[in-house]
Design a protein around this ligand. Structure first.
Ligand SMILES: Nc1nc2c(ncn2[C@@H]2O[C@H](COP(=O)(O)OP(=O)(O)OP(=O)(O)O)[C@@H](O)[C@H]2O)c(=O)[nH]1
Ligand SMILES: [Mg+2]
Ligand SMILES: [Zn+2]
Length: 306
């Protein structure tokens, strides 16, 4: 195969054994030139899989009028989110509704912790702010600021909030919306890309939960160098991380220690009850941090004994 005949592309959607791959032009960046591709069976990719967000080299199938191709090579990825599987994310927007479904702060914390594990920039979006008072909204925003997060508050009827968000997304390479079902992730995409009209559905009245309307991960272009990924509402799985690393998932801790002039006495300080610990533990999620360390430590020791 002559490498001149290969195109660089971005995987925007995956279904069964097929992929949509949009051509990335050397000069123009991401284009709307879309190919339907299969992968070459003989190639051994890392994990043997290709995901939405992956950059690939593909060859165009000859003797066909249609845009069809074969993925020849996977370009090394920067990161991979595994639930749902998306590659090369630059920014995660953890999205929750303030009501319908009711805002569950411990569930939100779990999402944030899992997102932090990706080591990308994390922001928060609170949707459905039209369903609560301004006072209540301010309380939420204040709380989340203390957790260490910048939060966008959205009301479906106010286009201003969506416009601002769109401008921000356009400064990022690959933003990903993640959060429970029914919080309004797809609604955000429909608002910022008016031609889209993707399927959304109201929250079930009976069980007060979303109906898992979005079924596939799909990537949408916002400009020639920026795109956004909608994901189905997933629950978060248990964290897989060494207990010493958990402190790196809490901005309340890592921001403090990064700025500190003096350090804790012991290098491997867990900031629990060690002598010479300098961490100011007066923050809301400290008990949650402690609990998470204890649980993870126990399962770590258990797995060492097994
Ligand atoms: N009142 C109000 N309703 C909203 C807002 N944003 C979204 N909704 C409604 O919430 C419902 C769920 O929205 P979706 O966009 O389908 O939610 P989703 O997060 O994509 O859900 P899944 O695809 O199941 O993960 C829809 O009926 C939306 O109209 C908002 O700001 N205010
Ligand atoms: Mg959706
Ligand atoms: Zn310490």
């Amino acid at each position: 195969m002559n490498s001149i005949n290969k195109h660089l592309g971005l995987v925007t959607k995956k279904f069964n054994e097929f992929f949509y791959v949009d051509v990335i032009d050397d000069k123009k960046g991401l284009t709307s030139n879309r190919f339907l591709c299969k992968t070459r069976k003989t190639i051994k990719y890392k994990n043997n899989f290709i995901f939405v967000g992956d950059r690939v080299l593909f060859s165009q199938t000859k003797n066909t009028e249609k845009n069809q191709g074969v993925i020849e090579q996977l370009i090394k990825r920067k990161n991979l989110l595994d639930r749902p599987s998306v590659a090369n994310i630059s920014d995660v927007y953890v999205t929750f509704a303030v009501k319908e479904p009711e805002l569950d702060f411990s569930q939100l914390s779990k999402f944030l912790i899992n997102a932090e594990n990706l080591q990308v920039k994390i922001s928060l979006i609170l949707t459905k702010c039209d369903l609560i008072s301004k006072k209540e909204q301010d309380l939420f925003l204040n709380k989340l600021e203390k957790w260490g997060y910048i939060t966008h508050a959205l009301k479906i009827s106010e286009s201003n909030g969506y416009n601002k968000l769109l401008q921000e997304f356009k400064t990022k390479e690959c933003s990903l919306l993640m959060g429970p079902s029914g919080v309004g992730k797809t609604t955000i995409l429909n608002k910022i890309i008016p031609t889209l009209e993707n399927k959304t559905a109201s929250v079930s009245k009976k069980i007060k939960r979303g109906k898992n309307t979005t079924r596939n991960v799909e990537l949408f272009s916002l400009s020639t160098n920026s795109y956004i990924v909608d994901t189905p509402g997933f629950n978060q799985k248990e964290l897989e991380i060494h207990y010493l690393m958990i402190q790196n998932l809490f901005p309340e801790i890592y921001n403090q220690l990064r700025d500190a002039e003096i350090k804790c006495k012991f290098r491997n300080c867990l900031h629990i009850s060690e002598p010479g610990c300098i961490l100011n533990k007066d923050f809301e999620r400290y008990q949650f941090y402690r609990l998470l360390v204890e649980q993870t430590k126990n399962s770590f020791h258990q797995s060492q004994e097994d």
